[in-house]
Design a protein around this ligand. Structure first.
Ligand code: G3I
Length: 365
């Protein structure tokens, strides 16, 4: 993957501990062979790296960064300010009452300086604020918003920049490919820029399914965001092939497969027709990414093989899902081949264009 798209963008994967510590040797080898960028699936989230007020747990995160350095990969940080996987003590005092604005800003500042500062010059860029938008495009009513106010985003970016002035600053979110959330992000980018924040890139997570988002929507979204002067990355790509359980992205409905076996139809393998649909779907999305290669730095998958995908447990726990390019035995799927074909077609088209312009120049001479 990384070689096929060398002329286009980096190809990344989100890693869990078993991959970056090498305890899963097969998957660690697969990561080294295929990817040139990594993201931490959970290791750098607040609840893991900073579980108690005066206690940081840098063990796994240090291993993650060392793995990336040893393998010459572009290392991404995820995520500094988010409403999920953040311990309750961040937002509440010992009596369970919300802390005040000054206290939360101070806590955010300590966290960002300690975490970003530790990996200064080693982590290339950070998802500074993650998922701050609500479905209607307004700012989500998160504890960050409610306690600090709408300027919590500007503060977070200023702090991250102060902690590592060379680090790239990202805004990362899901379902921003279309609709009111896309418009909300356009407003948010403009507001951050007006406040003097140099946002490097927007991360489109791209938790897709077989029908959503349309390639046209992705194409438009990349164009619209890039027009504002930011790069656009695909940061959490996967394609859910299982039936919709009625939950929107971001909501854990707490269902269990036992409640309805029809929600888990492919426990004995993916039927060939769905396998092919998945391969075509990956190809159509990559055709859009390749078209925009000049506006993008990376395309990152949220996971390595189907075995470890979060989509086996969300929004229904215990399902057998098939969202990635490598199967449960770490073998490439038809979708892997179709993605590589997209790279080949892009290369051929570029050669043709270069040839055409050379022959035009030749005629002119
Ligand atoms: O580590 C504990 C383990 O000790 C415990 O026994 C087990 C029981 O449930 O839970 C384990 O923690 C889980 C953790 O993943 C590690 O596997 C958490 O319950 C589970 O909630 C957590 O889920 C993560 C999720 O973010 C949390 O919101 C997923 O792995 C991770 O893929 C997912 O990633 C997010 C991105 O950060 C942001 N965008 C959306 C994306 C998908 O939700």
């Amino acid at each position: 993957l990384k070689d096929a798209f060398k002329a286009d963008f980096l190809v990344g994967a989100a890693l869990n501990e078993s991959q970056f510590t090498g305890s899963n040797a097969v998957e660690a080898a697969l990561v080294k062979a295929q990817f040139d960028s990594i993201s931490p699936e959970n290791a750098l989230k607040w609840e893991n790296v900073h579980p108690e007020p005066d206690h940081y747990n840098f063990g796994p995160a240090d291993r993650y960064v060392k793995f990336g350095e040893a393998n010459h990969m572009v290392i991404i940080g995820h995520a500094l300010v988010w409403h999920e996987q953040t311990p309750a003590w961040v937002f509440q005092d010992q009596n369970g009452r919300p802390v005040d604005r000054a206290t939360l800003l101070n806590c955010m500042s300590n966290h960002i300086f300690t975490v970003v500062g530790r990996y200064k010059g080693r982590i290339k860029g950070w998802d500074v604020v993650n998922e701050a938008l609500a479905a209607d495009g307004s700012l989500r009513q998160s504890p960050w918003f409610k306690i600090i106010g709408p300027d919590y985003l500007v503060k977070a970016y200023q702090l991250a920049h102060a902690a590592d002035p060379a680090a790239e600053l990202y805004y990362n979110d899901y379902a921003i490919e279309d609709g009111p959330k896309r418009q909300g992000l356009i407003r948010l980018i403009r507001q951050l820029q007006a406040a003097g924040i140099h946002l490097t890139a927007v991360g489109i997570q791209e938790h897709a399914n077989l029908n959503w988002p349309t390639p046209q929507a992705v194409d438009e979204a990349i164009t619209m965001f890039h027009r504002l002067g930011v790069k656009v990355n695909i940061t959490e790509l996967d394609i859910n092939v299982l039936p919709d359980a009625g939950a929107g992205n971001g909501a854990d409905v707490g269902l269990n497969v036992a409640s309805d076996p029809a929600l888990n139809p492919y426990t004995n393998g993916l039927p060939a027709s769905v396998q092919q649909a998945l391969a075509r779907r990956y190809a159509e999305l990559f055709a859009v990414y390749v078209k925009h290669h000049a506006d993008m730095e990376r395309v990152t998958f949220w996971g390595v093989t189907d075995a470890g995908s979060w989509l086996n447990d969300w929004p229904v726990r215990g399902r057998t899902n098939y969202p990635l390019l490598f199967d449960r035995a770490s073998q490439p799927k038809p979708a892997f081949i179709s993605v590589l074909e997209t790279a080949g077609q892009a290369k051929a088209a570029r050669h043709q264009a270069a040839g055409a312009s050379a022959s035009l120049t030749g005629t002119a001479q």
